[in-house]
Design a protein around this ligand. Structure first.
Ligand SMILES: Cc1ncc(COP(=O)(O)O)c(C=O)c1O
Length: 387
């Protein structure tokens, strides 16, 4: 055991439970078991060839040094072009900061916006790291329980009710992890007004924005210019391990964000940034669009298949690649169920416990990041388990 005492905040920062499950799954796989992975939150697609070629070219040309902390100007320009083409939004590239994934963006925003003791409101269930980004700057994460009645999203009313003198920010995600549900434009506008009228800041995580299935996507930046928006090359662009994302912030905050980014990251990976330029080429965008259709087909397969077994999904997910299924008709202990499914059937899923404590023992997250054939086999094994 280490003789060094870690900081007290580490008592409140817990690891992902699913990591232990994943390690167990890998061990079983190494021992020859067939494991169907529906636990991992990353696309089974990699970066398109053109992006990989661009990375190799950048390496060969020696484009491997530090870059400006806010990202190479070409990439900030390309991201601005993406907002223009997709949403008709004229964005000054200066307002865009390239970050090490949206994780880097969240870290920067918490560092720049949150004082010790200030509260950040968020959903439970929600992306597990969110509260830890707040803890990291000695802020206080406040998780508000949400359910099917509000599509697992916050409402302006909830924000108003939870607001205290110490509340500084609200963090929402649309589409959300683990539920895949969206915030409507109207609800987002109302939350924005509730937050701004109280002098707070609204942060919108749009990491799954490209992966929306039944309606046209929009960006929170269409609602207002002074919303902090984060995004990433991880999910829609299939580049999780490249560690590249971005944030869009009001112009007058950029110098502070730049200053913090210089200090904590120096810069993002240079070859990854040059490669990411290619992600916006028509050729790559066409590939991402095909993949979006594949994810939609997978959702359309998995949702009724799980319902037939006895899982209930109160709000059909409209984005991301997750299904947050209520398993209360089948068990009172989703954590145990996740381990049982892995051990007895070789199916890996994520227990609700990873996303908070609001009815988490009654929920399982299924990620449709594997093809329909494998999922179909997975569903069959789960059916077998319950019969
Ligand atoms: C909602 C949400 N935000 C942020 C992240 C962080 O992703 P990355 O740092 O790879 O961009 C994830 C990853 O799963 C996520 O689900």
């Amino acid at each position: 055991m280490s003789t060094f005492k870690v900081a007290q905040r580490m008592e409140r920062i817990v690891p992902f439970y699913v990591m232990d499950l994943l390690a167990r799954a890998k061990k079983l796989e190494a021992a020859g078991r067939s494991i169907i992975h529906m636990e991992v939150g990353e696309p089974d697609f990699t970066a398109p060839r053109a992006v990989i070629d661009a990375a190799q070219a950048a390496l060969a040309e020696g484009k491997t040094g530090y870059t400006p902390a806010t990202g190479i100007p070409e990439l900030r320009q390309a991201i601005a072009g993406h907002y223009r083409d997709r949403f008709g939004l004229p964005l000054e590239p200066r307002r865009i900061v390239v970050t090490p994934g949206s994780s880097g963006a969240l870290q920067l925003l918490m560092g720049v916006l949150i004082n010790p003791g200030q509260q950040v409101l968020m959903t439970d269930p929600g992306y597990p790291c969110n509260k830890n980004f707040v803890e990291f700057v000695s802020g206080e994460p406040v998780s508000l329980p949400v359910g099917p009645d509000t599509d697992y999203q916050l409402t302006a009313e909830m924000v108003a009710k939870a607001w205290t003198e110490r509340t500084r920010a609200v963090l929402v995600a649309s589409p959300a992890n683990p539920t895949g549900t969206l915030l409507s434009r109207q609800e987002l506008e109302q939350i924005y007004r509730a937050v701004r009228s109280r002098g707070g800041v609204l942060i919108v995580d749009e990491i799954y924005q490209g992966l929306i299935y039944d309606q046209e996507p929009f960006s929170a930046l269409e609602v207002a210019d002074d919303i902090f928006v984060i995004n990433s090359f991880s999910k829609y662009f299939g580049m999780t391990g490249w560690r590249l994302g971005w944030l869009v912030a009001p112009a007058d905050c950029i110098d502070s964000i730049d200053c913090l980014a210089q200090n904590i990251f120096l810069s993002c990976s240079a070859p990854a940034q040059y490669a990411a330029l290619q992600a916006f080429s028509p050729e790559c965008l066409a590939i991402f669009e095909q993949r979006r259709q594949i994810f939609r087909q997978r959702r359309d397969f998995l949702l009724p298949a799980l319902q037939q077994i006895g899982f209930s999904v109160a709000v059909a997910p409209q984005g991301a690649f997750y299904l947050y299924a209520d398993c209360s008709a089948l068990t009172d202990d989703s954590f145990r169920l996740a381990y049982d499914l892995l051990d007895t059937q070789g199916v890996a899923v994520t227990p609700g416990k990873d996303f908070g404590c609001n009815r988490s023992a009654h929920h399982i997250r299924f990620a449709y990041t594997t093809d329909v054939d494998r999922m179909s086999e997975g569903v069959e094994r789960i059916r077998r388990y319950f019969s």
